[in-house]
Design a protein around this ligand. Structure first.
Ligand code: ADP
Ligand code: MG
Length: 731
């Protein structure tokens, strides 16, 4: 091992190829945009009018595409893809493994007489049957019905990667249950579209479609690939399980927004070129808080496309990083004591008339519309906070949430003090009919004031997991390795449910004789009263907040098993069934998959840690200890007893210290192996995950502490594991 560390280090500073991989942008980025996408413009060129219209209707109205049209589209896609050098096609989908999946088939088809042609038909475009038995299904598919199929999603454009035409698809079982991230997301998006469009009829009858929007911000670490390869924990678990923090970490805050190192810049440039070609509209890049941590963000897009783009991006980032001798880490907490990575999800609702429903308007009428969607979103989060929490739960994100660098596991909403005051005013609205004076006052002094308020609403609370940031809500607790679809499915499902309920309540009041505005004010007033406990403006990282939240009755689901247990609450299952996002069986299956994944991740970490501790750390420590013993023996030989005692004092104490830590590790590993075996034997998935969480994880710290102590004692030349300073400060 020690040779691996030093071999890796040797390759670092002197090899020019790492730095000389310079990248030039060929012309303007705008000219590259969508070059490899079967975009609207390309479709116009390659499709007949009829086929083009049919696709547009499918995207905008969700209408079905007929078989003969699909044939035309397939031929056009093939011709376009081949003109770009593609030889293969694949349905590109997002199974519950957390990565994207593809199985390439060739256009090439042999025909009689020893000849061959390139062929692609509507049938192949619409549906494929990958051998799906090895994807997670949570018990949905028994082996006798192991077939699953992928189905083309025409609402997300096809694209070319390398020499393959990729067709975004959903993945479902033969019996119709969803097996991926996209299918339920599309259901949730349809539901919120319908619900929001219905509510919009109070304000603007021209609105016929509401599309949720998503702008994600992706954080990540880059580690030199040779150093990465030298750390078995990074390779096998995506994080370091051991390692003393470096003398210099992020204390000086000198990395954040600092100048980007050349080698990283080359990576970023190449990445941006690739993103442009694939139609991913990346616009910002910068250093993040931790050393070797960076962030990238695009312009927001429709949720469906934004989700695909994030998955696609994570995939290409990994590949381009390799070209620049980096390994990319999406893990939420790859290094202890250093900030972790998140993926903020900025969410809003946009109408087909070009309005952002979470953006205050120019007149009181528009502002009542804004307040309606604003308050309903808060109410949705209030009602379903635990579900939102569950949607971001994972073994890796547990390390980050609540760790004084990321929002706590308590879901609260930050709206800024000025908007909070507006809501307080609305709380005072009279019940039932409003007097003409009150109406005028509301219009002028409350609702009418909102745009001005927002202009100077500068307090941007970074510690809130769910914050209003001027014209969108930002879900900040999402983990960097997550698929955005999970939190977006929940967000849009709960927004849909809330807007449906709102419409019912307002309509009922209108029935009783109230005017539309009066009815809306009345319902909003009640909502504000109900969900005040979830609004929090203070420091979300503080211990006081945890106490205060408890008083308010908000849940603090600190670990994934706790969050996933809540997910199976009857209220949530009923919600999914009502909105048509998941059946009971689907919710159960997904819950099961997540629990299993959690236990598996912890189990692997336990095994890797035991292995490193016993086979790398202990031998190196003993090796060094033996040197010390030799040294002491030598001193004893050449010095008289009294002098020897003074001279050997430090060595003797080191020898003892090493022994103590070695035995801590040895016992720790024995306990860990026992705890792991006990957890493995638990048959109920929920109980099993809880056992891993409460009995296995705490032992990691015991071993780590002893090992990190040894790292400070053992001769650097004998230490087998690449050190934090080497991984974090190699540029
Ligand atoms: P930061 O959070 O880093 O301060 P901003 O507040 O400027 O940055 O916003 C960042 C993200 O918000 C961007 O990725 C952008 O695409 C997204 N965003 C802006 N408007 C919307 C919107 N209407 N819907 C969804 N996302 C949006
Ligand atoms: Mg942000």
């Amino acid at each position: 091992m020690s040779t691996l560390r030093f071999k890796a280090l040797e390759t670092l500073p002197f090899k020019d190829f790492r730095r000389d991989n310079s990248v030039e942008v060929p012309g303007k980025l705008s000219e590259l945009f969508c070059q490899n996408v079967f975009s609207e413009e390309t479709m116009r060129e390659y499709l007949t009018k009829e086929a083009f219209q049919s696709i547009m209707d499918a995207i905008k109205k969700g209408t079905k595409i007929q078989r003969h049209i699909a044939d035309q589209v397939a031929v056009a896609m093939k011709d376009w893809a081949m003109s770009k050098g593609a030889t293969h096609y694949t349905h590109w989908f997002q199974p519950l493994t957390g990565t994207t999946a593809e199985k390439h088939d060739s256009f090439f088809t042999p025909i009689e007489g020893g000849r061959a042609i390139e062929r692609f038909s509507g049938n192949l475009l619409i549906q494929q049957e990958p051998d799906a038995s090895s994807f997670p299904n949570g018990g949905i598919r028994n082996t006798f019905e192991a077939r699953g199929y992928t189905a083309w999603d025409p609402t997300s454009p096809a694209f070319i990667m390398g020499t393959t035409l990729c067709i975004p698809s959903i993945f479902i079982s033969y019996t119709g249950e969803t097996l991926d991230y996209k299918a339920p997301l599309l259901r949730a998006l349809n539901a919120v579209d319908e619900a929001a469009t219905n509510v919009m009829q109070y304000f603007d009858k021209n609105v016929t479609k509401v599309t949720p929007t998503l702008g994600w911000e992706q954080e990540y670490f880059l580690v030199d690939s040779a150093l990465y390869q030298s750390r078995p924990d990074l390779v096998l678990t995506g994080k370091t399980l051991l390692g003393h923090s470096p003398a210099k970490g992020q204390q000086l805050d000198d990395h954040y927004f600092g100048s980007i190192p050349t080698r990283v810049m080359n990576f970023m440039k190449e990445l941006e070129i690739e993103c442009m070609k694939l139609g991913i509209p990346v616009t910002t890049r910068h250093n993040e808080v931790a050393p070797n941590q960076f962030e990238l963000a695009p312009m927001f897009e429709e949720v469906n496309v934004a989700v695909d783009h994030n998955s696609l991006l994570m995939d290409i980032m990994a590949r381009i990083a390799h070209k620049h001798h980096f390994h990319i880490l999406f893990h939420e907490k790859p290094f202890a004591g250093v900030n972790g990575s998140g993926k903020h999800n900025n969410w809003s609702l946009a109408t087909d008339t070009g309005e952002n429903l979470l953006s205050p308007g120019k007149n009181p009428k528009k502002n009542l519309q804004f307040l309606t969607f604003f308050v309903n979103t808060i109410k949705a989060v209030y009602e379903y906070a635990d579900l939102l929490r569950a949607s971001i739960a994972s073994a890796s994100n547990d390390h980050r949430l609540g760790a004084n660098e990321a929002p706590p596991a308590i879901i609260s909403v930050f709206i800024g003090s000025q908007l909070f005051r507006v809501l307080e005013e609305l709380e005072k609205v009279t019940e039932g009919k409003l007097s003409p004076d009150e109406k005028t006052d509301l219009k002028l002094n409350v609702v009418g004031k909102i745009p001005e308020i927002l202009l100077d609403n500068t307090d941007r609370n970074r510690t809130s997991p769910f914050a209003f940031t001027g014209n969108k809500f930002e879900i900040r607790a999402v983990g960097s390795s997550a698929n955005c679809a999970e939190s977006m499915t929940v967000m849009n499902t709960i927004a849909a449910k809330q807007l449906i309920d709102f419409k019912k309540e307002v309509d009922a009041l209108i029935e009783t004789g109230l005017k539309k505005d009066e009815a809306i004010f009345n319902v909003l007033r009640e909502y504000i009263k109900q969900c005040k406990s979830i609004m929090f403006e203070g420091d979300g990282y503080s211990d006081d907040w945890a106490k205060e939240a408890k008083k308010r009755g908000l849940n603090n689901l600190k670990t994934t098993p706790e969050a996933l247990k809540q997910e199976m609450d009857k209220k949530f299952v009923a919600l999914y069934e009502e909105i048509g996002v998941f059946t009971h069986r689907e919710v159960e299956a997904r819950n099961e998959i997540k629990l299993e994944k959690y236990s598996t991740v912890i189990d692997i970490e336990a095994r890797v840690l035991s292995d490193i501790a016993r086979n790398h750390i202990i031998p190196s420590a003993l090796n060094y200890q033996n040197r010390l013993i030799e040294n002491v023996k030598g001193l004893k030989e050449i010095f008289p007893d009294k002098e020897f005692k003074t001279l050997a004092k430090e060595q003797m104490s080191l020898i003892t210290n090493i022994s103590e830590n070695v035995s801590k590790i040895k016992l720790g590993v024995e306990d860990l192996i026992k705890a792991r075996e006990a957890a493995k034997a638990v048959s109920n998935s929920q109980k099993q995950a809880e056992t891993y969480c409460s009995k296995v994880i705490p032992l990691f710290d015991v071993i780590r502490e002893a090992s990190d102590d040894l790292e400070m004692m053992v001769d650097d030349e004998l230490w087998p594991m690449t050190k934090y300073r080497e991984m974090l400060f190699t540029k």
